[in-house]
Structure formats: structure tokens, C-alpha cells
Design a binder for this molecule. Structure first.
Ligand SMILES: [Zn+2]
Length: 233
């Protein structure tokens, strides 16, 4: 038979820590400032998407400028010609070039207007994102400070209980303690449950007689159903 006094005391302290931590996590100010962390992150993502768009617009502007310069060269080429000495065919071809230039410039103007609209949107987006970021930061700081203030005593209490847990650890058999910690990590809680009326005190599953005799012999038995450790009171 193993001595379960200390591990049960350990479990009791552990459950108190869980309760206090739940209380800590349920704090309204904590909820708000945690939400603000995601808002800030979202604003940062939006900001980098806008930077991308701004980069695209800059390259688009370079391309449009080049098209404009190319057309300007064509304009210069035809305006420098003396049309007085030209034949009909040559005049016709100059007219065609001029038409193409006008056409190109019309397209260019449309593209520039479109880009100008995009630039306006990017600037508005930057402005809105900055505002959102600042509001979220401010809200984060405010509620973080409130939480820190409100949680001081609770945190101190948790620290105290954790210290008590550490002290209790030294008196517990290593394999029992390891088992406890492993099961806690797996989300099994409480780990140790009493045997109640020949059944597991955790899941209420009735124990077969063979398991009951092992339990009586060893003092503990791992429930096959819920994997808690059953002990005899
Ligand atoms: Zn069980």
C-alpha cells in the first residue's frame, strides 16, 4: 500500500491553483487587452498589404511615365518635320502616327486616373489602419494596467500556492508525481479519485472484481475507462 496523503494534499493545492488561474483568466480587463493584441496584429497585416499595393503603384507609375516619354518622342519626331515639302503619302502616314499618339495618350490618361484613385484608396487605408492601431494600442495599455493592478493579490496567492506545491513535491514518490503531472498534462483532472461503491469516483464506471482486488492489494488502480487513478478511502 502506498501513502497517498501528500499526493492528495498536492492535488488539493493544485485544484486551488487551477481555480485561481481560471479566475485570473476570466478577468474582463484581461479579455479586452488580449483581444486588442489581435486587433493590433490585424492592423499590422493590413499595413503591410497596403505597403505592397503602394509598391505596385510606384512600379505602375514608372511604366506609365515611360509610355508617356515614348509618345512624347514620337510627337517631337513629327513636329520637327517640315510638312510643306511633303507628299500626300507622307502626310497620311504622319496623320496615322498622330492618331496613334492621341489614342495612346487617351489610354494613358485613363490608366493614370485609375492609379490616382488607387493611390487615394491606399492613403485612406493607411489613415484608417493607423487610427485603428492607435485606438487598439491605447485600449491595450489601459486594460493591461487595470488588469495588472486588479490581479496583484491573485497572482501573489497563486505564487504562494505554487511554492507550497513545490514543497509538497519533495515528499511524494517520484513515479506517482510523474504520473500525476503526465495525466494533468493530458487534461485528466482530478487525477486521483476515490473508489465509490465499487466504482470509479471519476467516471462512475463499475470496477470488475479482478480490478477491485488489485485496487485492494496495491491501494491504487488506474481506471480503464477514464484513466484516472482510483484509490481506496
Ligand atoms: Zn474512471
Amino acid at each position: 500500500m502506498i501513502d497517498l496523503k501528500r499526493i492528495l494534499e498536492y492535488q488539493k493545492n493544485d485544484s486551488e491553483v487551477v481555480k485561481l488561474e481560471r479566475q485570473l483568466n476570466g478577468n474582463e480587463n484581461k479579455k479586452i487587452y488580449s483581444q486588442m493584441v489581435s486587433v493590433v496584429k490585424e492592423a499590422q497585416n493590413q499595413s503591410s498589404a497596403l505597403e505592397n499595393e503602394a509598391g505596385n503603384l510606384a512600379s505602375s507609375y514608372e511604366r506609365l511615365k515611360k509610355t508617356y516619354n515614348d509618345n512624347l518622342k514620337s510627337v517631337n519626331a513629327i513636329t520637327n518635320k517640315n510638312i510643306n515639302n511633303m507628299g500626300i503619302d507622307e502626310l497620311k502616314s504622319i496623320e496615322d502616327v498622330a492618331k496613334t499618339i492621341v489614342n495612346n495618350l487617351t489610354i494613358l490618361e485613363k490608366k493614370l486616373l485609375n492609379d490616382a484613385e488607387r493611390v487615394r484608396n491606399v492613403l485612406q487605408g493607411f489613415e484608417a489602419t493607423k487610427k485603428k492601431y492607435n485606438v487598439a494600442r491605447e485600449k491595450y495599455n489601459k486594460h493591461k494596467a487595470l488588469f495588472d493592478e486588479e490581479s496583484k493579490s491573485l497572482k501573489a496567492e497563486i505564487d504562494k500556492k505554487n511554492t507550497a506545491l513545490k514543497e509538497l513535491e519533495s515528499g511524494i514518490e517520484q513515479n506517482i508525481l510523474n504520473k500525476y503531472k503526465q495525466k494533468r498534462q493530458d487534461g485528466i483532472y482530478p487525477v486521483f479519485v476515490p473508489c465509490m461503491d465499487k466504482a470509479c469516483g471519476g467516471c462512475r464506471m463499475e470496477l470488475p472484481s479482478a480490478s477491485l482486488s488489485t485496487l485492494k492489494k496495491d491501494g491504487i488502480f488506474e481506471c480503464e475507462h477514464c484513466h484516472r487513478i482510483i484509490y481506496i478511502v
